[in-house]
Write a protein that binds this ligand. Structure first.
Ligand code: CP3
Length: 361
């Protein structure tokens, strides 16, 4: 006699293809339900790794391209057609809602977001009004166009988390050490709190607009949260990320919470209110699951730089990650961070095929 639970206790994977995005393997994995096969998509799957993206973007500045619904739709669909991934991620940027409320910023190729007048003092809060849907009618329109095209393939909406947005605003651009951001957090905790409360409102509204327009899943990107200790994260950041995530809690849309270098923060990021925790490549999925327990699905975590290694290396790591993921409460295959611009798109397609092949139930 074994002590294993009777098989009937475990719900079975569906035997027919999904007819709605709600029944897709991505949504099912996020909800820790059995899947047909491990769902796979890539952060930054739309973008410079694709020649068809570079052709479309040749004459259009990044921020402008994010506000044109036909262009957004086409760019978002490109990697879905080419790679056969299990989800589309909305083509936009974490700073789009900041630009929409009037923050003077640009996305500089090869650098990232650059803010003309960085946030330095209490008076700067006046430059951060609330985000209201009428400021971004094009976002609703783009999502609606996409959802109509995608059918049962889910669309992932997203926003930048308060800390990561604050870092761009305070530093004025990308930062290695986040020194001005941390100086504000610790030097004027009340102003920090007020800034993050504004950003949490903006991020939450941006997520909600996408979810109400038809996105099936949302991801909150706290890309730079790994720069923080657990104590600082929990005190100065987590409450604000929790507000952003709570903005869609009533909408039946699973949430993914992701950051880079966040091995120590995984339980705190989970507790902010999410169904899925994104895991970067520095922590194995097995360790991540041990830290998170049975109540969360995980997403990740192939090192994007490994896609430049010989195929047998990529294949071995991909197989290992799928295998680790099978022992997780739910697993969405992804990279540990975004696709690097020089990546051979053919390798991404092969990874998708391999994940599907080895995970078919
Ligand atoms: O395919 C997708 O993932 C969807 C689109 C997407 C973009 N940015 C498009 C983009 C998403 C989800 C983002 C999120 C984003 N933007 C994050 C969080 C994710 C992460 O990478 O940690 C951050 C930190 C940003 C800020 C930002 N915007 C950076 C650091 C850069 C790169 C700068 C560069 O040129 O290397 C951008 C620009 C950007 N956002 C590009 C794309 C496709 C490149 C623009 C171009 O084609 O020139």
């Amino acid at each position: 006699m074994t002590s294993a639970a009777p098989e009937t206790a475990v719900p079975a994977a569906p035997t027919t293809p999904a007819s709605t995005s709600r029944d897709s393997d991505l949504v099912r994995a996020a909800l820790r339900l059995p899947v047909r096969r491990t769902p796979v998509w890539f952060m930054r799957q739309a973008g410079r790794s694709l020649p068809e993206y570079r052709a479309l973007r040749a004459d259009v500045p990044m921020l402008e391209s994010c506000r044109r619904p036909e262009l957004v739709t086409e760019i978002t669909l490109q990697p879905v057609r080419r790679h056969g991934v299990d989800a589309a991620i909305f083509f936009s940027d974490i700073v789009v809602p900041l630009a929409a409320i009037g923050v003077d910023l640009d996305i500089v190729p090869g650098t990232g977001p650059v803010v003309a007048d960085p946030f330095r003092a209490r008076a700067d809060l006046d430059r951060l009004p609330e985000l209201t849907p009428d400021l971004v009618p094009d976002i609703t329109q783009s999502v609606q166009l996409l959802v109509a095209e995608l059918g049962a393939t889910p669309l992932i909406g997203f926003a930048g988390a308060p800390f990561t947005l604050a870092s761009y605003l305070v530093e004025g651009g990308p930062s290695r050490n986040h020194e001005r951001t941390k100086a504000l957090m610790h030097g004027d905790p009340q102003l920090w709190h007020d800034l993050c409360a504004r950003l949490a409102g903006i991020a939450g509204t941006f997520l909600r607009i996408q979810a109400l327009a038809g996105a099936s899943v949302v991801q909150l990107f706290d890309s730079w949260a790994g720069a923080l200790s657990v104590a600082d994260y929990e005190r100065h950041v987590q409450p604000h990320s929790a507000v952003a995530l709570a903005a869609v809690a009533d909408l039946d849309v699973p949430r993914i919470h992701f950051g880079v270098g966040t091995g120590e923060l995984l339980p705190s990021m989970a507790a902010a209110g999410t169904e899925v925790v994104g895991v970067d490549f520095r922590v194995s999925l097995t360790d991540a699951v041990a830290r998170l327990g049975p109540s969360y699905a995980v997403q990740g975590n192939l090192d994007p730089a490994l896609l430049f290694a010989p195929w047998d290396v990529v294949e071995r790591r991909t197989r290992d990650i799928v295998e680790e993921g099978r022992r997780a409460p739910g697993h969405v295959f992804n990279l540990g961070h975004g696709v690097l611009p020089g990546t051979d798109p053919g390798v991404l397609t092969r990874v998708v095929e391999l994940v599907h092949e080895v995970s078919t139930r």
